[in-house]
Each structure stands twice: as C-alpha cells, then as structure tokens.
Design a protein around this ligand. Sequence first.
Ligand code: DX5
Ligand code: ZN
Length: 218
Amino acid sequence: ATQPLIAPSILSADFAHLADEADAVAGADWLHVDVMDAHFVPNLTLGLPVVQSLLNATDIPLDCHLMIEDPGRWAPPYAEAGAHNVTFHAEATDDPIAVARDIRAAGAKAGLSVKPGTPIDPYLEILKEFDTLLVMSVEPGFGGQSFIPEVLEKARAVRKLVDSGELRLLVEIDGGINTDTVEAAAEAGVDCFVAGSAVYGAFDPAAAVRALRAQAAG
Ligand code: DX5
Ligand code: ZN
C-alpha cells in the first residue's frame, strides 16, 4: 500500500456543529460522510442538503458512503454536488456497473462497498469500474462497534490484484478502526482507514488522525 489515508467519520461528530467538527480534523485526507436511509440500514442520518452545506464549509474532500436503497437513483447527485468519492453498496443494486459509470460521469470517484457477510469473489470482475473498494468491518448502521477481523481476507485478496497490476483502486476499511486494529488492517493491504469514534471520541481529534496515520504507515 502507498501512504495511508485517514478518513474521520462525522457520524461520531456533533451534527449541530459540522463545520467546526470538520475543522477539528484539519489534516485528515478525506472526511467520511455516512448517508443512511432507514431502509438499507436501521438508522437515519443525513442526505444531500447536508452534504452540499458541508462542501461549502470545508476543503477536506468528502468521502460519501451511501448506505441506502436504490443508489442508481440517489447516488449521482452527490457526485454532481462535488463529493470526492461516492460509494454505494453492492447489496443495494442489481446493476453496480451502471451506477459506477453514472458517478464517474458526474465527476466523482466511484466506490463499491460490501457488508461483512458479502463475499468479494462475485465482484472482482467489475472492480475495474471502481476507484475504491470499501470493506465494511462492522455491520453498517452505527458507529462504535467492534472490528470483525475476518473481513481482512477480502482486503488481502483485492490487494493482491492491485499489486499484480490487474486492478487499480484503493482499498478502504470502515468500522471499528482504532489504535488496536489499524495495524492489522494495514498489514492486510488497506490504503484508506475510516475512523469515527476513535477520532471524534478523542480529546484531540487532529492528533488522533495523525496517530492512526503513523500507525498505519508502520
Ligand atoms: C457505520 C459507518 C461507519 C462508522 C464507523 O455504518 O459506515 O463509517 O461511522 O464508526 P466507528 O469508527 O466508530 O466504528
Ligand atoms: Zn461509513
């Protein structure tokens, strides 16, 4: 893997002060924004209007993680708005290639996410349509859950294809990343580390970002 990227998740931030919370992680590579629709996952967070406001409030590239049904309908507007990455779930659509192409055509990087129980093999063929693979290391829906180490097998498999030149994309991990788990993920070949509670639960969130990055770099 190259220089590790750290993406604090604002799911663990104070939603009434999102601009300040973005400033609190100055130096982060991406700001991870969890969009949930109370259908794909049993939780409801925020949507396009909040993302549009955040885009005006911070220079940190937004990494939008859409945990929603019907991404073909809802994902492209996030790209049009100016999100850096727009990631949707493999489990949420029958036509992930079409969604990825629409996201890219609208000017963003396209990401595919898989839940912990979803195998990666059926998707290896289509990963060339994507810029990131987001491996979920908790069940999507909530911050503060425990890391599921078994998912690292998927990161390793895709890392191998990237290293051999068969694929070109970033491997991202999301869920339960903290000072106890980040090294195992880095060893599995993860490029980008999402961290919610480990960053926003810290006394100094910017220092927590730096510490995770240093640990991930080994
Ligand atoms: C969970 C979200 C994660 C969440 C991670 O569904 O996708 O991005 O914010 O939170 P932590 O780092 O606390 O597990
Ligand atoms: Zn997420």
